[in-house]
Design a protein around this ligand. Structure first.
Ligand code: UD1
Ligand code: UDP
Length: 380
């Protein structure tokens, strides 16, 4: 029986890999194990708890304010023993984090076939997002099979000379996770009932991108402060990412404002519930940009470019960058101009139908049955 190893390390990878873990573990055709690098700790554990995933291997790597050099080295070094002991046929990595990049290299060294979930996203600017654009380009070079969330992502891969036979358009697995989570929320546990005021418009905020650390984050927080002060009848709820480069400016600038609620990161279903309850979402998060169109929620994206153009094209998402005036003006318009708001809040599903993981499992199953595909297609 073929052996799979699914590796992930951060909150978004865990959310997007959880339905794949379930899909593989429900299939009698494979032995599937899970390895977490724990590049994130608390935020990863929240997801593992909710999806009831018990990793077979936990590298427990997170350090306070960690750096890219040692994290990369630790992931590659620590994976060696696990890869040599378990000897997986297929290793699955996800997206564009340091865990993705380093695990894909380690898996390649081990001789396994390496599979990339959420492959083919590009800004074509290697410093934005930093270091994610480079991480996913490295993963593409190293991986044998590429599971692209959209047709556009597939086209990016074909333009980089990836053999079309090794690319499958699946939709994004985040939509599988979103559908699973929507009805499983327990608001009492998260303490949200005490905060939410019926009848008030809610703005939901998240942010963490490395290229926004420093001055850009200060401007974002000042914009939020102005939006809150101009609109005392609006609630802003902000589950603050645990990165100290985020925590420091957020708490310094936004603490003590009456209608701004700074809270700890929420468990996934509670966050999904809040997205559904929100009037408007302001974020630099990747996953949130993908989830919001499925929920019909307008999003102001705090970035200058995006590798997710689909939602911008259908009009649910606006790139506002980090200019304070622009953020305040766009938020104000969506709070007061109901015609514009209604146009933006139409439901769209550019990122999938909730069956992405089935498509991955089916492809790998076919691969194991069809001996011709694997060696020819990977050039081995
Ligand atoms: C990482 C990913 C980014 C992804 C994001 C999702 C890289 C380089 N960055 O960024 O691509 O979009 O996760 O959130 O791979 N921390 C905690 N507890 C946690 C998580 C983080 O305390 O559960 C703190 C720690 O001090 C840690 C720091 O945040 O050292 C930074 O974590 P890191 O994974 O390096 O960067 P992120 O900004 O989270
Ligand atoms: N999310 C969550 N709790 C929160 C904030 C976000 O579960 O308090 C989820 C969100 O729904 C999305 C994912 O975390 O699926 C996004 O993670 P993050 O913004 O950290 O990373 P990115 O997607 O930008 O890589």
């Amino acid at each position: 029986m073929k052996k799979n190893l699914i590796i992930f390390g951060t909150r978004p990878e865990a959310i997007k890999m959880a339905p794949l873990v379930e899909a593989f573990q429900n299939s009698a055709d494979f032995v599937t194990k899970v390895c977490v690098t724990a590049q994130h700790r608390e935020m990863l554990d929240q997801v593992l708890d909710f999806f009831d995933i018990h990793p077979d291997y936990d590298l427990d790597l997170m350090k306070p304010n960690q750096n890219l050099y040692s994290l990369t080295a630790d992931i590659i070094t620590k994976l060696k023993d696990i890869l040599e002991e378990f000897k997986p046929d297929y290793v699955f990595v996800h997206g564009d984090t340091t865990t993705t990049m380093a695990s894909s290299i380690a898996a390649f060294y081990s001789g396994a076939q390496v599979c990339h979930i959420e492959a083919g996203l590009r800004t074509f600017n290697k410093r934005a997002p930093f270091p994610e654009e480079m991480n996913r380009q490295v993963a593409t070079s190293v991986c044998d099979y590429h599971f692209a969330p959209t047709q556009k992502a597939k086209e990016n891969l074909i333009n980089e000379n990836i053999d079309e036979r090794n690319i499958v358009v699946t939709g994004n697995t985040v939509i599988d996770a979103l559908f699973y989570s929507s009805e499983r929320v327990n608001l009492e546990i998260e303490g949200l009932q005490e905060i939410i005021e019926e009848g008030k418009k809610l703005i939901l905020m998240t942010g963490h991108r490395r290229e926004n650390h420093g001055e850009r984050f200060v401007r974002i927080c000042e914009a939020l402060k102005e939006i809150a002060e101009n609109n005392p009848e609006v609630q802003i709820i902000y589950p603050v990412h645990l990165n100290p480069n985020v925590q420091t400016p957020v708490y310094e600038i936004l603490s003590g404002i009456k209608n701004v609620y700074l809270i700890d990161p929420l468990a996934y279903p509670a966050f999904v519930w809040l997205m559904n309850r929100a009037h408007l979402i302001i974020t630099d998060s990747d996953g949130v940009q993908e989830e919001a169109p499925s929920l019909g929620k307008p999003v102001l994206v705090l970035r200058d470019i995006t590798e997710r153009p689909e939602a911008v094209e259908v009009g649910t998402v606006i790139l506002v960058g980090t200019d304070k005036k622009r953020i305040v003006a766009e938020a104000q318009s969506l709070l007061t101009d109901s015609e514009r708001y209604n146009e933006m809040s139409a439901l769209h599903n550019p990122y999938g139908d909730g069956r992405a993981c089935d498509r991955v499992v089916n492809f790998i199953r076919e691969l194991t049955l069809n001996k011709d595909i694997s060696p020819i297609a990977t050039g081995a």
